[in-house]
Structures are given as C-alpha cells and as structure tokens.
Write a protein that binds this ligand. Structure first.
Ligand SMILES: NC(=O)c1ccc[n+]([C@@H]2O[C@H](COP(=O)([O-])OP(=O)(O)OC[C@H]3O[C@@H](n4cnc5c(N)ncnc54)[C@H](OP(=O)(O)O)[C@@H]3O)[C@@H](O)[C@H]2O)c1
Length: 200
C-alpha cells in the first residue's frame, strides 16, 4: 500500500517506520518539505502531494492542527482517511465529549472521505511493537465504510496488531475515551502495555 502520513511527529514517524519495514510505501506530508528537520525522513512532500498519491492517508497531527492539515490535503472525497488524533483539551477533557467525537468532526472537515478512527487508543511504544509475549495488541478501529475499515485493519495487521472494528464512525465516541483509559493507566503501568482480547 502507499501510505501518506500527515504530521511527521512521534506517532507519524513511528507508524511510518513500521509501515516501511512491512513493505509499504510511505510519504510524509509536512508543512514545509524543505525544512532541514525533515532531512532524516525517507520521503517528504507537501500535505497535498503526499495525500494525492496515497491509498491510505493517516492523520497524526495534534488535534489543534487537524483542521488545517485536512484543509491542506485538498479534496479527499472517496479517500481513506485514518484519524489517529486524540481531541484532548486542557485538563484531559475530550473536546467533543461523548455525544460527538473528533473523528466525526474530521469527517465533517473532509466531506466524502472514508474516515476510519484507528491508532489513537494506544501509545506510540505499542505502535513501535504491537507484539507482546502473551499476544498481539488489539487495535480498536471504527468507520462507516466497511471496505475502508478492512483496508486499515489489513494495514494494522501487517505491522503486528489484532484489529477489532467497533462499528460505525460514531463509535469513536467510545474509542476516544479509551485513549484516556490508556493514558491514565500508563501513569502507574508505564507505557509498555496494551489492550488484549480474551475470548470463549
Ligand atoms: N504520542 C502518542 O503516544 C500518541 C498515541 C496515540 C495518538 N496520539 C495522537 O497523535 C497525534 C500526534 O501526536 P504526537 O505525539 O505524534 O505529536 P507530535 O510529536 O507533536 O507530532 C505532531 C506533528 O504534527 C505536525 N503538524 C502539526 N500541524 C500540522 C499541519 N497543519 N500539517 C502538517 N503537519 C502538522 C507537527 O509538525 P511541526 O513540527 O511542523 O509542528 C508534528 O510533526 C495527537 O493528536 C495525539 O493525541 C498520540
């Protein structure tokens, strides 16, 4: 797959490194591709150019930068847009609460895009290696477009996750609070733990 990562920060470069190692093509969409701080990245482009040639576009900006990054990407109608952001404001409060979600806001900013919420509810250390001694990390994801969710699930499996689709995009109202659970637990557990699935 060709993957555009919008936002070459901690999450973006961690996922980009993993996708590259799994054989996917990765281009980072950044605000200024000529900035020397991007010199170590394999391929950088403007946000619009990176998005234009990707099968999957992964948004990894801070929440405060999400709208402008999406606007920079241009028309995303029909495109798979993965929202990995967490809309967390001061005081660890979800800016959209639980009767709306950041993912649904992303969908309103990118009308027609096939938005999938994923990679938000675990820390970057888990993205760097989702395989634990006692199993693979679950990756919660949700989205209205079943095919887009399947594509993102496959992408996540390629780097070691066990994807579990929660349902339509509005399930992000529960998936975003899950990030707060992970973050809260990390205060006592450290950051090398993840969600696992027990089944009967
Ligand atoms: N850290 C984690 O473990 C973790 C886990 C799950 C989800 N998340 C979520 O993932 C997102 C990114 O977190 P992070 O820790 O990777 O943050 P980060 O290290 O601060 O990286 C954010 C990146 O986004 C870029 N950016 C900001 N606005 C942009 C725009 N308009 N266009 C293009 N790029 C833009 C920044 O570029 P500049 O350098 O130019 O500002 C920076 O490289 C957040 O929403 C966070 O809540 C984080």
């Amino acid at each position: 797959m060709q993957v555009a990562i919008i936002g070459a920060g901690k999450v973006g470069t961690t996922l980009g490194t993993r996708f590259t190692a799994a054989g996917h093509g990765v281009v980072y969409g950044v605000r200024d591709a000529s900035d020397p701080k991007h010199a170590g990245l394999s391929a950088v482009a403007s946000v619009a150019d990176a998005a234009a040639r990707a099968d999957v576009i992964v948004l990894t900006t801070p929440w405060a930068g999400a709208q402008s990054a999406i606007e920079s990407a241009g028309d995303l109608t029909g495109r798979i847009l993965v929202d990995a952001t967490n809309p967390i404001g001061p005081g660890m409060v979800l800016t959209h609460g639980t009767t709306d979600s950041g993912a649904e806001q992303v969908s309103r900013w990118a009308p027609g895009a096939r938005v999938v919420k994923a990679f938000n509810s675990i820390g970057m250390e888990v993205m760097a290696n989702p395989v634990f001694a006692n199993g693979r990390s679950v990756l919660w994801l949700c989205g209205d477009d079943v095919d887009a969710c399947a594509t993102v699930a496959s992408l996540s499996e390629s780097i070691g996750f066990e994807p579990v689709r929660l349902g339509p995009l509005a399930r992000a109202r529960f998936q975003e609070p899950a990030a707060l659970v992970w973050i809260t637990a990390s205060a006592s557990l450290g950051r090398e733990f993840s969600w696992g699935m027990l089944r009967r």
